[in-house]
Design a protein around this ligand. Structure first.
Ligand code: NAP
Length: 247
């Protein structure tokens, strides 16, 4: 896929699914701005990895749940790159517990990063996309946003919220040539899922009709399609990338 002269902003682009998306878009020629909150070495390593594709790459330390900080970074990216073509809302966290044991701070933290962070980034790029009369917004939901999951009420609610947000903004921006879609990954091998116990991993894998855990690249391929010209007439869509897990 060709993305020359395009700029992609990828939240949570320092590792896992976000880094795979950044790599896929950079391979197609896109300039990349990654946002992350972890340690600087990790961000630098991601930047070096992405620079091998020969496009402009910058890393920004930004907590997407912070409304003002995310505005500052969006404005900086627009200034330094000359504009934004693709916004990929991928940053996400978990604080898994049964509601019985879930504390208010567990709920607020997950909603704050996953859902409010997605809103913040959309809000701060909205006028830019409107004026440009072009653009792609792709957000990472999850199959648990579609079907729920015991122990993930906060996370599932945040991911279901992303679907409502996506469909609403898709309706608002469709007339401006901006598409707004979501991907809903199933069980993908990253740091997030590596933290699960072997027992949970085995039981999840056994339930996947495709009989394998997904890779970050499986998700990146779909995101790249949604960013491509071929997907110009696809908006308000949620595409599962789950090997059939939520059929
Ligand atoms: P991951 O390996 O844990 O990476 C999460 C990324 O989000 C990291 O780059 C992290 O940055 C960034 N991040 C976390 N909090 C942030 C914040 N407040 N502001 C900015 N960036 C922040 O996760 P992943 O598995 O690749 O997941 C990526 C997305 O896919 C998430 O939204 C997740 O919910 C979703 N998803 C994953 C799976 C799966 O099976 N893995 C399934 C469905 C959906 P640092 O490195 O700086 O901490």
């Amino acid at each position: 896929m060709k993305f020359e002269n395009k700029t992609a902003v990828i939240t949570g682009g320092s590792r896992g699914i976000g880094l795979a998306i950044a790599e896929k878009l950079a391979q197609g020629g896109a300039n990349i701005a990654i946002l992350y909150v972890g340690n600087e070495d990790e961000g630098k390593a991601a930047k070096e990895k992405l620079e091998q594709y020969g496009t402009k790459v910058e890393q920004y330390f930004c907590d997407v749940s912070d409304f003002d900080a995310s505005k500052e970074v969006v404005d900086k990216v627009i200034g330094e790159f000359g504009g934004i073509d693709f916004l990929i809302n991928n940053a996400g966290i978990t604080r898994d517990k049964l509601v019985l044991n879930m504390e208010e701070k567990d709920f607020d933290a997950v909603i704050g990063v996953n859902l409010k962070g997605t809103f913040n980034m959309i809000k701060h790029t909205y006028k830019h996309f409107m004026k440009k009369r072009a653009g792609r917004i792709v957000s990472t939901s999850s199959i648990v946003g579609l079907i729920g999951n015991a122990g993930q009420a906060n996370y599932s609610a945040s991911k279901a919220g992303i679907i409502g947000l996506t469909k609403s903004v898709a309706r608002e921006l469709a007339g401006r040539g901006v598409t707004v879609n979501a991907v809903a990954p199933g069980y993908i091998g990253t740091d997030m899922t590596n933290a699960l116990s072997d027992k949970v991993k085995e039981s999840m894998q056994a339930q996947i009709p495709a009989k394998r855990i997904g890779t970050p690249e499986d998700v990146a391929n779909v995101v790249a399609f949604l960013c491509s010209d071929d997907a110009a007439y696809v908006t308000g869509e949620v595409i599962r990338v789950d090997g059939g897990l939520a059929i």
